[in-house]
Design a protein around this ligand. Structure first.
Ligand SMILES: Nc1ncnc2c1ncn2[C@@H]1O[C@H](COP(=O)(O)OP(=O)(O)OP(=O)(O)O)[C@@H](O)[C@H]1O
Ligand SMILES: O=P(O)(O)OC[C@@]1(O)O[C@H](CO)[C@@H](O)[C@@H]1O
Length: 311
């Protein structure tokens, strides 16, 4: 069976700190700290490993934090290929406010990979596509990489018949879409930025998702936090509503959706089932601390609790 490759060009160590109530411009005493390997493609790989899929995480890494990150991936039994560059992997701070149940994210900009390492990456990536069925591209681009870097990778993957799921935002998403990835998964804010207007109703979101689908993107998934998701595909447009949870940290919820999509595509599952899997995976991850992700058993048990409507 061919593998799934996830790419995290700007990985991170996620440092999640919990405070009773966040006081801006005041002293905050930290109750709890946890560290997780982070970055969108890495989170997708974490879920896929839990699901028993054959996945490899690719990207750039640097410095002491890079070594710590590689050790964290090893500890989670995640196969990886990270190209070493100068500097240090970033640390992204996630501040959980227990009183409001809100998380504030402070993400570093990341480390610029050298040109020669980028060229090495592209060469090896192209070779790897021959053994790959599905590609997941996730997260921000590190400084120095052109905004159309994802488009370049999608074009290379396409030469080998590899389908791509793209989870990015801003210019990287807009440029990536030009290469016609198989799927995109913007959250609502990212979709609004992409279409350049507010989308205040389900009808407006459906219209925007369908119009992007009509531009040649087979699967458009719009994630909407506690409101669930809207999915536009050839088979139809679906509205998914999750079961209620107590959100602990929503960090990685969107990545868990992407991972569930990759899993379902690899398994050739029917579209409506895929919508169920994606929603359940996102919601279970949102109910876990830090950047901890859902497991196969947890998701399987909750599939029937997701409400899916064919619009
Ligand atoms: N508070 C919540 N209650 C129930 N389900 C949730 C909640 N937050 C997230 N989810 C689930 O996770 C999915 C993805 O969430 P969201 O739209 O916040 O993704 P995202 O913004 O891409 O997240 P991230 O970038 O942090 O991974 C939702 O579609 C939903 O199924
Ligand atoms: O700064 P980016 O690359 O946009 O997002 C990075 C990040 O916030 O995304 C993941 C959650 O989706 C976290 O693990 C990680 O810290």
């Amino acid at each position: 069976m061919k593998q799934i490759v996830t790419v995290t060009l700007n990985p991170a160590i996620d440092k999640t700190i919990t405070v009773d109530r966040l006081t801006v411009a005041g002293l905050n005493r930290i109750k709890h700290v946890r560290m997780d390997p982070g970055g969108k493609g890495i989170n997708v790989a974490k879920v896929l490993v839990q699901f028993g899929a054959s996945a490899v995480a690719w990207g750039f890494q640097a410095g002491v934090e890079g070594r710590v990150l590689m050790q964290m991936l090893d500890d989670l039994n995640i196969h990886s290929r990270f190209f070493q560059t100068a500097g240090n992997v970033r640390t992204n701070l996630k501040v959980v406010d227990e009183a409001t149940k809100q998380t504030t994210e402070l993400n570093e900009i990341g480390q610029q990979p050298s040109d020669s390492v980028v060229q090495d990456f592209i060469r090896a990536f192209e070779a790897e596509m021959k053994a790959t069925s599905l590609l997941v591209l996730g997260g921000s681009l590190p400084p120095g990489l052109p905004q159309d870097f994802y488009r370049t990778l999608i074009v290379i993957a396409g030469k080998y018949g590899v389908r791509t799921i793209l989870d990015a935002d801003g210019e990287a998403l807009a440029a990536g879409i030009e290469a016609r990835p198989f799927a995109i998964k913007p959250n609502l804010q990212e979709l609004e930025a992409l279409v350049g207007k507010r989308l205040p109703t389900d009808e407006a979101i459906v219209h925007a998702a369908r119009s992007i689908h009509a531009q040649g993107i087979p699967c458009v998934v719009v994630s909407m936090g506690a409101e669930g998701a809207i999915v536009a595909m050839r088979e139809g447009t679906f509205r998914a509503r999750p079961f209620p949870i107590t959100p602990i940290s929503t960090v990685g919820a969107g990545d868990s959706m992407v991972a569930a999509m990759a899993h379902c595509l690899a398994e050739g599952m029917p579209v409506e089932e895929m919508v169920r899997w994606m929603t359940a995976a996102g919601s279970i991850t949102a109910s876990k601390p830090g950047t901890e992700v859902c497991t196969l058993t947890e998701v399987s048990l909750k599939l029937d609790a997701v409400e899916v409507t064919h619009l």
